[in-house]
Ligand binder design. Structure first.
Ligand code: MG
Length: 140
């Protein structure tokens, strides 16, 4: 089991290898840096929208399914099969996959910005323990 810190590191490495970390945001001028930061945050919201669309399309919140892969066009693969005929991973779909995308994007943003998100989560959880029932009576 990886720690959040290890996942954050791994995500940064994978995204760099995939060409998503070509620019060090700290080297950008102020306006370009702010635009890059806003873009990263906006892309987290796109993953939320994708999760909403899964629900709207009638998928259960815990439903995992898979698309793509070698031979998928022939209809020879069930959407429950995570690997294609060559043993390669097919594309994970569904709300669980979109929740993973949200976390991956958040960890990538934190890594790009030099934030140790694991320690921030621990700090927030410690604070939330002090907030009381429904954080002071909020309805939702
Ligand atoms: Mg997604």
């Amino acid at each position: 089991m990886s720690t959040i810190k290890e996942l954050q590191q791994q995500i940064g490495e994978i995204n760099a290898a995939n060409g998503w970390r070509t620019t060090n945001e700290a080297d950008l001028d102020a306006k370009a840096r702010v635009n890059a930061q806003i873009t990263r945050l906006a892309l987290i919201t796109t993953e939320v929208a994708e999760a909403i669309e899964e629900i709207r399309n009638g998928r259960d919140a815990d439903e995992r399914y898979y698309t793509g892969g070698v031979g998928d066009h022939s209809g020879s693969f069930s959407e429950r099969e995570p690997l294609d005929a060559n043993g390669a991973p097919r594309k994970p779909e569904g709300v669980p996959s979109e929740l993973a995308d949200i976390v991956i994007r958040a960890l990538d943003a934190a890594g790009a910005w030099g934030i140790d998100l694991e320690s921030v989560i621990e700090e927030k959880l410690a604070y939330n323990l002090t907030r009381g029932h429904r954080h002071g009576g909020k309805a939702v």
